[in-house]
Ligand binder design. Structure first.
Ligand code: SF4
Length: 493
């Protein structure tokens, strides 16, 4: 008899790849492709809702007062259907793994502990997969990761593929999972272009070198999958499932152009990228991205620290000079405004706190470098600051752990606040002057009478409008003011 299966998506966020709504990650799709019958898709939000209704009869997900309950916003089924699925399926494949924790506007990833607890009433065989199997999961920066065995998960399945030729049929079959994903026009679908770290030895904190050897996926495979995903309703794509898109096929510009032009020909509404190693950024490849991507894309650079001693102690991917050269190149070629109100392609800067070799001076050096970006007149779409999570298996875990995080933690909040006030807000004024019109923002969540919206894309700016607008609709807005990491705006009628 055929086994019936369901997939429980706890959402994923890893150094190479994102699957937290509105992003549709590759993990649930590939897992779905492995099975003869496409499994039923549930999210962690579905099992949270089951729990909620055991306390409250009428759960209001988007109440008129207070915040939208983002932890259940991305449910797929009504409570009764979710319950029926969990009571009837033979097995449940659970996808979990947050290894580059961020702030999520309209979703909350599940933790191992939480999912275990929520599934306790159901007698269903559970298989765990996802990034969690290499080093664990943690969505709070600076905290210890949760490990599968310690949390009582017994059946662990890495679902490893030897080659992209082997993966392709599963990727195509699993694409049909999109039929079960709600609000698909508001979602951005992650495409995989490669795996592993192209450097000989990786950065001290990163789990990607532990997971895979370097492999690049052929342009024709990626385009074939994107074409099918588009036929199934996807409109927006992100080249996000790789450690560095500038390193695609070893930095071969011809192959990169075959890939980009092929995807561009599908006419997606959004085609963005993610993850750029500053050491690989050059003019030729940047020109290709600017030519073929849609505006508003961000080349998120894992610079992690501008302190040369920290760079060396953690074997980071670029030097101070390389980082600035990359920021300058992307600005020169991508710093013009497109039709949607955003610049064509801008750098993003990632900073990690708590790395080996960090001293109180590291914070000063990082601040001075961010100030230099301002003083040079360049643009940076976002400055992402995280406290590192030392994942087992990484050199950081072995040698440094959380020691420096603990030593320096009292300094972080004031430093981050200074960056937000003295760098971020002036940068937002430069990026989006008052009066700038941004187009086609999706209304994602409410807080009372305020609606928070974003364009669909790689790292879209959050915009607050002082009106209660219906969710999952599109609006154009005019910028009126600034907050620490977001904009105030009014709706353009
Ligand atoms: S360059 Fe560093 S951060 Fe990027 S994939 Fe390699 S090890 Fe990870």
């Amino acid at each position: 008899m055929t086994q019936t299966r369901a997939i429980l998506d706890g959402y994923t966020d890893e150094p190479a790849g994102l699957g937290v709504p509105p992003f549709v990650g590759v993990w649930p799709r590939y897992v779905a492709g492995l099975h003869p019958q496409t499994p039923t898709y549930l999210t962690v939000d579905d099992i949270r809702l089951i729990r909620y209704v055991s306390f409250v009869d009428n759960v209001v997900i988007d109440p008129p007062v207070g915040r939208t309950h983002i932890e259940v916003l991305n449910h797929v089924h009504d409570v009764e259907t979710s319950r029926r699925i969990l009571e009837s399926v033979d097995s449940l494949v659970i996808v979990v793994g947050v290894q580059t924790p961020g702030k999520y506007l309209s979703a909350r990833p599940g933790t191992l502990r939480e999912i275990n607890k929520l599934l306790a009433p159901f007698d269903v065989h559970r298989t765990l997969t996802g990034p969690v199997l290499t080093g664990g999961t943690q969505f709070r920066g600076g905290a210890l990761p949760q490990l599968p065995e310690a949390e009582g998960y017994a059946d662990l399945q890495p679902f490893v593929f030897e080659s992209y030729d082997e993966l392709q049929p599963y990727a195509l079959k699993g694409a049909t999972l999109l039929r079960q994903i709600p609000h698909l026009p508001d979602r951005i679908v992650e495409l995989e272009t490669g795996r592993g770290c192209p450097r000989e030895s990786g950065c001290s904190f990163c789990t990607e070198p532990l997971k895979h050897k370097v492999q690049w996926r052929k342009p024709e495979h990626i385009i074939e999958e994107a074409k099918l995903l588009k036929e199934l309703g996807a409109r927006a794509f992100r080249l996000g499932k790789q450690s560095c898109i500038y390193s695609y096929e070893g930095g071969d510009s011809q192959q990169l152009e075959v890939l980009l032009s092929g995807l561009h020909a599908l006419q997606p509404t959004v085609l963005h990228l993610d993850n750029a190693n500053p050491a690989m950024v050059n003019r030729e490849r940047t020109e290709l991205f600017v030519k073929y991507l849609t505006p508003g894309s961000t080349a998120a650079m894992g610079i992690e620290s501008f302190d040369p001693e920290v760079m060396q102690a953690n074997n980071l991917n670029s030097t101070y000079d390389m980082a600035f050269s990359a920021i300058e190149t992307v600005n020169q070629l991508g710093g013009w405004r497109g039709d949607n109100g955003c610049h064509a392609l801008l750098p993003g800067v990632n900073i990690l706190l708590g790395l080996a070799g960090e001293t109180p001076e590291t914070l000063d050096r990082n601040f001075a470098a961010l100030k230099r970006i301002m003083d040079e007149g360049w643009l940076a779409r976002r400055i992402n600051i995280r406290r590192v999570v030392p994942f087992p298996g990484t050199p950081l875990y072995e040698h440094t752990g959380r020691k420096l995080l603990r030593e320096h933690r009292r300094r972080y909040a004031a430093w981050i606040d200074r960056v937000r006030r003295e760098i971020d807000i002036p940068m937002l004024r430069r990026l989006f002057p008052v009066g700038t019109v941004l187009k086609e923002l999706c209304s994602e969540v409410h807080n009372g009478d305020t609606t928070f919206l974003r364009q669909i894309g790689s790292y879209p700016i959050v915009v607050a409008v002082q009106e209660r607008l219906p969710l999952h609709e599109r609006f154009d807005v005019r910028i009126t003011g600034y907050m620490k990491r977001s904009l105030a705006a009014e709706r353009v009628s």
